[in-house]
Design a protein around this ligand. Sequence first.
Ligand SMILES: [Zn+2]
Length: 382
Amino acid sequence: MLPPQPEMLRRLVATSSVSSPDARFDQSNRDVVELIAEWAAELGFVVRIEAVPGVEGKVNLIATLGEGVDGFVLSGHTDTVPYNAERWTDDPLELTERDGKLYGLGTADMKGFFAAALHASARFEPGQLRRPVTLLGTADEESTMAGARALAEKGENLGRYAIIGEPTNLAPIRRHKGVFYVRVTVGGKAGHASNPALGVNAIEGLQRVLVALQAWRDGLEGRYRDDDFEVAAPTLNFGRVAGGDSPNRICDECTLDIDMRLLPGMVADEVLVELRDQVTTALDGGPWSFDVRPTGNYAAFSGPADADFRSTVETLCGCSAKTALFGTEAPYLAQLGLETLVLGAGDIRVAHQPDEYVTIAEIERATDLYADLIRRYCTDTT
Ligand SMILES: [Zn+2]
């Protein structure tokens, strides 16, 4: 017997699984995967825990109930973002219930999903299933998407249809933008501030780059547009500038970190070539050196191709599929040939923040929706 959903979520939240590019916060997700695996095994799932190549301590869960091909996949990430415990009303790792809401780190994004997916699966006997249900639990979605990338790389056929249970307030998401990070480094030469001839100021080089990139951004907004999205144009944000150490020294190196949100159909490599050309032209004839390199690339998503899947999910949810401005693992599942939609309990606006919560009512509704989809796609009854 599975524990009731709040008890499951209590144990999932208490099993911390932070992922972060900052090694001071990064943790293994193995304990939380083992916990989910234990419950899945109790339901008759055949469970595999696979190490993510090249990432110490990180694992993916692949659990399958029933046999056959063309099955249905329920997918979620097992990690959470880091947290500031002092900014929470209660301990973020201790599930707290108030007014029908379950508060805790990862309740909405997205440990609540596993409680919903497991309870939905529990409504079926393996013998009832004509096609399999596969539960995926991935590593490092919040940092590098290494878990989903590893699955895509391996290329295993996991089924035909997939739902990713990210928090969407139970409205299906069929498209989202991509996220592309680029770092521009401008090199100069240090020297005493009293004599500019002694050095090359990297900040002054970066200033030219900023002006050029702003003009380029305006052009991009004119060239690309997709009115499906709340923000219809691709965006470019100057997120961080760092350089120099003292007013009396000529700055010898300056870096700029850029966040770009690309529309489906835009190719990051092509955007990078354009961006590099802009930097080259801006610094042309000057004394600076420079480097332009991508520091993160999370693909945009546009799916599913299968109109029947989309309309089935829309009918069950009672609303049409929408677009989102946040990234997910959907492009990696799509690479595996899975017709994918994003649909889960909880509100993305409370994710990644103190006092994150999910309502019990939405977890229960998600459970019913997932069970309906399993019935539709894995059994002969409709
Ligand atoms: Zn998430």
